[in-house]
Structure formats: structure tokens, C-alpha cells
Design a protein around this ligand. Structure first.
Ligand SMILES: *[C@@H]1O[C@H](CO)[C@@H](O)[C@H](O)[C@H]1NC(C)=O
Ligand SMILES: *[C@@H]1O[C@H](CO)[C@@H](O)[C@H](O)[C@H]1NC(C)=O
Ligand SMILES: *[C@@H]1O[C@H](CO)[C@@H](O)[C@H](O)[C@H]1NC(C)=O
Length: 580
């Protein structure tokens, strides 16, 4: 769907006070000597552990000058000890001020941003730990590693936690739709960071033969794209894609859309764009722009603020892309080289509504009950427009969706109707695409495992006005995956103690998977999470209650509605048009 801005999380992790620095630690690595620090992490249950931190390590050369809009190149070796004591600066980015979380663009940014942070349980000796490498979300236009705090996950989960930065917005994804500027530099950055970790993580206490990449939203889609790229063979073993399916419409830009965005940006900088060789002129002109923060700002004004990966037949090949889009699945894909966990949140759609259509939510809370359906109809129409330009067909689609989502058991319950519209958006923007990713990964797969989840455990403190939300919105799993660090908004030691048992359950599944490829061991889990297969479609559910439930055929009726019923209406519409 158009206009979706998959953005930032509920959560904002800042420097924590629950970490006391003790001593510096310098280690020798293949790229030179690196100085980090060892500190004590205090977990919400009062226990404490020592971990080592190495922040802001450059893995790529500064992608500046002629390297802007190009694949990254590895960073040079350090000639003297590198002080990895502070986060690197965020890559150039710009958020619109009206974003729901009230976040503002970082004031300090740099194009020299290809850096990563490492949190390691190894503080001495030579014991190694499995590695979990996190890729942030933020619509492919924002994000910074320092937003996430890997201390608790490293300390409790006993994994080396790595959080990487990659280029976003035009810096990461500008494409002219041809060979001049094919795009996907941000995905190449991620790949380079993965390769760096594969080659160097043993020096930090990481086990290079057990690397799991994980990410949320645009980061989840990035994870999914990394599993499609053949150059990643052997670079990592497993992947976790949280609310970020490769199949999502928002996860890629067409070549035409990408070209229009590049052209728009070039015009903003008064570039001359001749009819012939327009692409090379756009590229030349935009490479020469000095003011990167102005570029980030102008880039935010493109249609839909969308800078996303493109199928450029290099990182993402059209063959792999088609394979994972087939429905029902009919071919194996390269992604089957990796075990994978794919999941979505019960209220992922709530986030899209509140970010893009806040009026829908506020009107549904206020209008007379008799008008609820009118509001829903308008919203549904907006989301379904891309499916058909034919007025009659569109009306039929909207009628069908109104029946499916608003013909509810209690039509006079506003909160229930809000849930229904949220479900509609969840399915349209996240869930159905994720279900396709799951089915494709599991198709005739006898080599690796597929696990599916639905997460619906709400964040304990929600901003006012969200009382109707009885589950997890977009990004709602992230605080639990990271062990509820003390820097969260609304954090208090009491809340942390309350959520800690559940957070441990989540971290146990995630880190078990990183350790063995099986989320159920080595640590004991409360409910067995069965691998998905096309017959039984097992999944794990994380409900509000603070435990877990095993389930089968997740949202099967809703999935069927989108995958089989709606396409039938579109097909019939097209056929009757051809007859006319
Ligand atoms: C280290 O020294 C070499 C040779 O002088 C130089 O090319 C390289 O850029 C230096 N590395 C760094 C990280 O400064
Ligand atoms: C482009 O040209 C206009 C009109 O001359 C000017 O106002 C604007 O500042 C220029 N933009 C840039 C980025 O130089
Ligand atoms: C469909 O046609 C009707 C009648 O002409 C019109 O009122 C309505 O706005 C049209 N809807 C769309 C989506 O174009």
C-alpha cells in the first residue's frame, strides 16, 4: 500500500544508569587493537553481571565523496589502538516533526557512519558465545544503533549482541532504476557489517559459526533480504524477521518510483537534467552536493517519503524475488539455507493508523455509533485503492472487506471496531505478507527450520488514548527482546521487575534459537514452539497474559480472505472489463 511509513519504535533507549563502568579493556583483532570498557550491568531482578562494550567501531570506509551512492568498501586497519568508547554518529536522516513519537532529527549526524557496537559477555578468558546481530527499522529512512541497548540481552542471554548502522534514505537507497545508480547501498552496508562480524567477532568472544541476524520493521525486511542474497552463504546461520516481511509492498520500490524520487531530489538541488544521460547527470550532480543534512531534509519531501530497496538484479535478483512472491509457493528459495523465525504483532496495524490516519482512530472514538461504519468504509477504501483502478471492482473489494472486518459480534462496541480496523491494516500491511514469507520458506524445505509467531503482549505503559489497544503495536516486542533496559520511556524499577519474567521468556526463545537453531533449547521454555510445516502451520502465540500458547493456522480465515477471496474479485473485475 502506498504512503506507509514504517518508522520508529515506541521505545527509545538512552544511556542507562544501570551500568557502571569499571575498567578499560584493549583487545587485539585482525583489524588492529581496539579499546573497549568492562562494566557491570544490573538486571531488573537485582542480579548483576559484567559485560564488555565496544562502541562505534568502523566496519566500512566513510562512504563520502565518490563513494556516496556506491557499494561500501571495508574500513582500513587501525594503525593505533582504536578507542571504541562512544557511539558513532547517526547516518544522515530526517524525520518529519509530526511523527507520533515526537522524535526530532538528530542534530549531529555524519556520512561517516558505517559503524557497529558490540556488547559481549566475555570479559576475560577465551570462552565464546553465539552472536546476535541487530538491524534497526525506521522505514529505511531513519535509525541509529544507540537507540537500542544490547547490555541486558548480552548479560542475561549470554550472547554477543552486535548492533549495526547502515545508510538510510537516499544515501542508502537512491536509485535511478538503471546501472548508473542501482540502489540498495544500505543492504550492501548490512552485508559488509555481517562479513566484518563473521571475520572478527572471535576476538570479542563471539562464536563465528553461530551468527543470527535479527531486525524489526524495515530491519526485519532487511533481514529477509539478506537471506535472499547468495553472497551471504556461510556468513550467518539463522535469521529473525520481526514485523518486516520481504513480501510486504512497502519493502521495495519499483524502478519507476525510485527514478522519480531521484529526479525529484536532483531538481531540489537545481541539477540540470538533460533528456539523454539523465541518470548519469542526476548521479553526478547529487554526488557533488556538500550539505548532506539538507539532502536528508529534501529527501523527506518525496512522494510518500519512501526510499526502499529495489530489485536491481545484484543484491536482490528478480528470480529470488519472484520465488518468494509465489502464491501458493512453488519453488525453493536461497533463503532456505538459513533457519528462520518470522512473526508479526497483533496490533502492528494500529501503528500505521496512528502514524498516517490518526483521524480514523479519533473519529471512531467520537462519532455516533451509526457512523462508525462510514468512517471504517472510508479508511478501508484508502487502503484498497492500489488493488484496482476500476470503480466497480474497488466498490466490490470494499464491500467484501466491510463484511469481513466490520460484520462483528458487537457492532456497538467502539473498542471492538477499533480492533477490527486495526486487524484490517495489520493484515494488509504486515501479516499476510509475513504469512507468505513463512509458507515460502517452509515449502519442501528439508534443510532448515521455519518458525512463526504472533506477539501480542502490550507495552506496560501506553500513552493516553490507547486504552483500546489490548495487545502489542508495531515494535512492541522489541523492549522484551532487549530485556527491558532502564532507558525505556516510562521505565521504573517496579515496572521492570513486573515485566522481567515475561521478558526472560522472550529472550530465552530468541537466544535459544541463536544458540542451537531450536527456540526450545538449551534453556527450558514454558511452551514448546513447534516448527512450521505446510500441513500443520504451527506457531507460537505471546498473549497479554504473560505466558505463551501453542497454536495452528494463524489467522487462517483472514489470510484466506486476502490470498484467495480478494484476488478473485479483482480477477472477475478485470475479466468483465475486457468483455466490455
Ligand atoms: C594506516 O596507515 C596506512 C599507511 O599510512 C594508511 O593508508 C591507512 O589509511 C591508515 N589507517 C587508518 C585507519 O588511518
Ligand atoms: C535552487 O534555485 C533556487 C532559485 O534560484 C534557489 O532559491 C535555491 O536556493 C536553489 N537550491 C539550492 C539547493 O541551491
Ligand atoms: C465511483 O463512481 C461513483 C459514481 O460515479 C462516484 O460517486 C465515486 O466517487 C467513484 N468512486 C471512486 C473511487 O472513484
Amino acid at each position: 500500500m502506498n504512503g506507509v511509513k514504517i518508522c520508529c519504535l515506541f521505545v527509545l533507549f538512552l544511556e542507562t544508569v544501570y551500568y557502571t563502568e569499571a575498567i578499560e579493556r584493549t583487545i587485539n583483532t585482525k583489524v588492529g587493537s581496539i579499546k573497549g570498557k568492562i562494566g557491570t550491568v544490573q538486571l531488573p531482578d537485582g542480579t548483576s553481571k559484567q559485560i564488555a562494550e565496544y562502541l562505534g567501531i568502523p566496519y566500512g570506509a566513510p562512504p563520502v565523496g565518490d563513494l556516496r551512492f556506491e557499494k561500501p568498501v571495508p574500513a582500513a586497519k587501525f594503525n593505533q589502538t582504536y578507542d571504541a568508547l562512544n557511539y558513532g554518529l547517526p547516518c544522515p536522516q530526517y524525520f518529519k516533526v509530526d511523527n507520533v513519537f515526537g522524535l526530532t532529527p538528530p542534530s549531529l549526524m555524519s556520512e561517516d557512519c558505517l559503524r557497529l557496537d558490540i556488547y559481549s559477555p566475555q570479559t576475560s578468558g577465551s570462552k565464546t558465545y553465539p552472536v546476535m546481530l541487530f538491524i534497526y527499522g525506521g522505514s529505511f529512512t531513519t535509525g541509529h544503533s544507540s537507540t537500542y541497548n544490547g547490555q541486558n540481552l548480552a548479560a542475561y542471554g549470554e550472547v554477543v549482541t552486535v548492533i549495526i548502522n547502515y545508510r538510510v534514505g537516499p544515501f542508502g537507497f537512491l536509485s535511478t532504476g538503471d546501472d548508473q545508480a542501482p540502489g540498495n547501498y544500505g543492504l550492501w552496508d548490512q552485508h559488509l557489517a555481517i562479513k566484518w562480524v563473521k571475520n572478527n567477532i572471535d576476538s570479542f568472544g563471539g562464536d563465528a559459526s553461530r551468527i543470527t541476524i535479527f531486525g524489526q520493521s524495515a530491519g526485519g525486511a532487511s533481514v529477509a533480504f539478506q537471506t535472499l542474497y547468495s553472497g551471504n552463504k556461510g556468513m550467518f546461520q539463522r535469521a529473525i524477521s520481526e514485523s518486516g516481511p520481504a513480501n510486504a509492498e512497502w519493502a521495495t520500490s519499483s524502478k519507476e518510483e525510485a527514478y522519480l524520487n531521484a529526479n525529484f531530489l536532483a531538481l531540489k538541488f537545481n541539477c540540470t537534467i538533460p533528456q539523454k544521460q539523465a541518470s548519469s547527470e542526476i548521479l553526478r550532480c547529487l554526488k557533488s552536493v556538500k550539505d548532506f543534512s539538507l539532502m536528508a531534509k529534501y529527501a523527506s519531501a518525496v512522494n510518500n517519503f519512501r526510499w526502499a530497496p529495489t530489485v536491481e538484479n545484484d543484491f536482490i535478483t528478480s528470480q529470488e524475488f519472484q520465488r518468494i512472491h509465489q502464491q501458493p509457493p512453488s519453488a525453493k528459495s536461497f533463503a532456505q539455507n538459513f533457519d528462520i523465525i518470522i512473526g508479526t504483532n497483533g496490533y502492528d496495524g494500529q501503528y500505521i493508523l496512528s502514524a498516517l490516519y490518526p483521524a480514523v482512530i479519533s473519529q471512531m472514538k467520537m462519532v455516533p455509533i451509526g457512523m462508525l461504519r462510514t468512517i471504517m468504509r472510508g479508511a478501508i477504501m484508502n487502503f484498497l485503492k492500489p488493488l484496482s483502478s476500476n470503480n466497480k471492482t474497488l466498490t466490490a473489494l470494499v464491500d467484501a472487506a466491510m463484511f469481513e472486518y466490520s460484520n462483528v459480534k458487537n457492532p456497538n462496541d467502539r473498542n471492538f471496531n477499533l480492533k477490527q480496523i486495526s486487524d484490517f491494516v495489520t493484515d494488509n500491511v504486515f501479516f499476510v505478507a509475513a504469512a507468505k514469507d513463512v509458507a515460502n520458506h517452509a515449502y519442501k524445505n528439508d534443510r532448515t527450520k521455519t518458525y512463526q509467531y504472533e506477539f501480542n503482549h502490550a507495552y506496560p505503559v501506553l500513552p493516553p488514548g490507547n486504552e483500546w489497544l489490548q495487545g502489542a503495536t508495531h515494535g512492541g516486542e522489541v523492549p522484551y527482546v532487549f530485556g527491558f533496559p532502564s532507558s525505556l520511556p516510562g521505565y521504573s524499577p517496579q515496572i521492570a521487575q513486573t515485566v522481567w519474567p515475561f521478558s526472560k521468556i522472550v529472550m530465552d526463545y530468541w537466544t535459544n534459537f541463536a544458540k542451537t537453531g531450536n527456540p526450545n533449547k538449551p534453556r527450558n521454555v514454558v511452551t514448546e514452539w513447534k516448527a512450521y510445516n505446510s500441513m500443520d502451520e504451527d506457531y507460537l502465540y505471546f498473549p497479554m497474559t504473560g505466558t505463551t500458547e501453542a497454536g495452528r493456522y494463524l489467522n487462517a480465515r483472514r489470510k484466506n480472505f486476502w490470498l484467495n477471496y480478494l484476488p478473485q474479485i479483482v480477477r472477475r473485475g478485470t475479466e468483465s472489463q475486457n468483455v466490455d
